[in-house]
Design a protein around this ligand. Structure first.
Ligand code: GLN
Length: 279
């Protein structure tokens, strides 16, 4: 019966040290059988086919290796938008809503603003801004694997985002100066020496999306130096930030002609995003 299969999945996850075993078991059951939380309660005595049982078992086993739940499910949602995720692309985090929130505030009343999302990954930020902020978005991503998901997510959401496969460290020359209203990025920002200490799940995610160099600031510096002039005067630069990076990034922005610099906290009280306006 459905409820027995659910309980057994939950127990295996729990015994394997998975924190949100109840929630994760629900996700696995739903991905395989189509029965969500409510259906589990209402139809708990429904039979489960052998094929479904096998898939649930293999998903559970895979999860016990600490392989991320989101990769197993193949789909995850960000700000209510469905996104395909899998090996080779960074999983969208709830923290990133803070960064999108700062952009949406800036975009208010500016329909059709020209915006670029650098290191776009799954396209979470770009697609959210195009849908919720009515902006004209270009998403730039270098990794082949991530780009595959970016394009799939643009079609999945019937989004008008333009995807470009290129290296943000060098392709700024292709954008005219003073042409953009907004540049946003959730760049790789983890210090190289901190990478090995991250959760086991994160070890399955692409290093390229996480590794911010020895100091963690490599991409902030490169983006500020390479891209600032592409903004119109009055245009905004918005970054997601790693822990304790706000002060240094704010200083870099100030030194490079940004004003009105402001940070926003995440739910954990950490300065998670920053905005500055080009002079
Ligand atoms: N938020 C991610 C983490 O802490 C890092 C993402 C990034 O480097 N941009 O795992």
């Amino acid at each position: 019966m459905l409820k027995d299969v659910f309980r057994s999945c939950r127990e295996k996850l729990r015994n394997g040290g998975i924190e949100n075993a109840d929630f994760e078991a629900q996700c696995i059951i739903e991905a395989v059988t189509g029965f969500g939380r409510a259906a589990l309660i209402a139809h708990g005595d429904k039979p489960v086919s052998d094929e479904h049982k096998q898939r649930i078992n293999s998903f559970t086993k895979k999860r016990l290796t600490r392989y991320p739940l989101q990769y197993i499910l193949g789909k995850w949602s960000f700000m209510g938008l469905p996104l395909f995720v899998g090996d080779g692309v960074l999983i969208p985090r709830d923290d990133t809503e803070v960064c999108v929130g700062l952009c949406l505030e800036y975009l208010k009343g500016k329909s059709g603003a020209k915006a670029v999302d650098l290191c776009s990954g799954s396209g979470a930020i770009a697609i959210a801004l195009e849908k919720l902020g009515n902006a004209d978005l270009t998403a730039i991503e270098l990794s082949d694997k991530a780009f595959y998901f970016l394009e799939k997510n643009i079609s999945l959401n019937k989004s008008k985002v333009t995807a470009i496969k290129n290296d943000i460290l060098s392709c700024h020359g292709e954008f005219p100066d003073n042409s953009l209203d907004l540049i946003v990025s959730n760049p790789p920002y983890i210090k190289k020496s901190d990478l090995r200490g991250l959760q086991p799940e994160v070890q399955f995610e692409p290093k390229m999306a996480l590794d911010g160099g020895e100091s963690g600031f490599d991409f902030y510096k490169a983006i500020i130096l390479g891209w600032s002039r592409k903004l119109k005067p009055g245009g905004a630069l918005v970054f997601e930030l790693g822990e304790n990076q706000a002060e240094h990034v704010a200083e870099l922005m100030k030194q490079n002609g940004f004003q009105g610099i402001r940070t926003e906290l995440d739910f954990g009280g950490c300065e998670r995003a920053i905005i500055g306006i080009r002079n």
